[in-house]
Design a protein around this ligand. Structure first.
Ligand SMILES: Nc1nc2c(ncn2[C@@H]2O[C@H](COP(=O)(O)OP(=O)(O)O)[C@@H](O)[C@H]2O)c(=O)[nH]1
Ligand SMILES: [Mg+2]
Length: 224
């Protein structure tokens, strides 16, 4: 019975995701769904990414959390247009649904955007199951989480188009094997691009920014 309910929820979401995809196509905006466990550095990576991309790339952000506007407050300082979703009022959902994202995207306005980034709720499991009508999915794994997480939570890494290994500035202080962390991500998802970065020192940002700009160009035709 539980499985049937889950299946129905996902089917309803899939219909909504198609509506979102159509909306984003009409607006000619590239949409990136950014996912990870809490604290791996999604918001910090986004703050640095937005600062480096703007004003050449016009970026909007939808950020999801169960409670607080902390992340929106940080992101808005970059100058990007930001809206925060809190799922507490909907029972504290651990993921963003397609309908919530579409509703927020309409309110945010996408006419003048090249790139819309959705920072999903921190969770390495549920967001991987919910299509939000995005064009690409990025997963962030920080070195403090351990090399084995891609093997323990494979779906998230399987559905991702690109991965960031974040907090590499901390490697000297940890017993973590960087190559093994990258290897485990690519074991689950062969040939997935993995960018090794630090949001603190800003090491490793250029290849990630180039990847993102190429993706925006491929969808929208906007050379940035
Ligand atoms: N040393 C270090 N700390 C980081 C890095 N990226 C994020 N942090 C810190 O990790 C904590 C969680 O980051 P946050 O961006 O809020 O993670 P989120 O929950 O995935 O959005 C914050 O204290 C950040 O300052 C990094 O590359 N290196
Ligand atoms: Mg965050």
């Amino acid at each position: 019975m539980e499985i049937k309910i889950q299946k129905k929820v996902l089917q309803v979401n899939e219909t909504e995701a198609e509506k979102s995809r159509k909306f984003f196509r009409q607006k000619n905006v590239f949409v990136l769904n950014m996912m990870s466990s809490p604290g791996s550095g999604k918001t910090e990576t986004l703050c640095k990414t937005l600062t480096k991309l703007m004003p050449g790339v016009r970026v909007g952000v939808i950020v999801g959390d169960i409670c607080t506007t902390n992340d929106a407050d940080r992101l808005v300082k970059t100058g990007a247009r930001v809206t925060q979703i809190n799922t507490d009022q909907f029972g504290g959902d651990c993921h963003l649904s397609a309908s919530l994202v579409l509703d927020s995207a309409e309110k945010l306005g996408c006419d003048d955007l090249d790139l819309l980034i959705v920072e999903n709720i921190g969770n390495l499991v549920c967001p991987a199951e919910f299509d939000i009508g995005e064009d690409s999915r990025a997963v962030v794994l920080s070195v403090t989480e351990g090399e084995d997480k891609p093997l323990k939570y494979p779906l998230m890494f399987r559905v991702a188009d690109v991965a960031i290994l974040n907090k590499i500035d901390l490697l000297p202080y940890l017993d973590v094997d960087r190559d093994l962390a990258v290897g485990n991500m690519q074991k689950v998802h062969p040939r997935m691009p993995v960018f090794e970065m630090s949001a603190k020192t800003e090491e490793g940002y250029e290849p990630w920014l180039d990847w993102l700009k190429l993706k925006v160009f491929e969808k929208t035709g906007k050379g940035l």
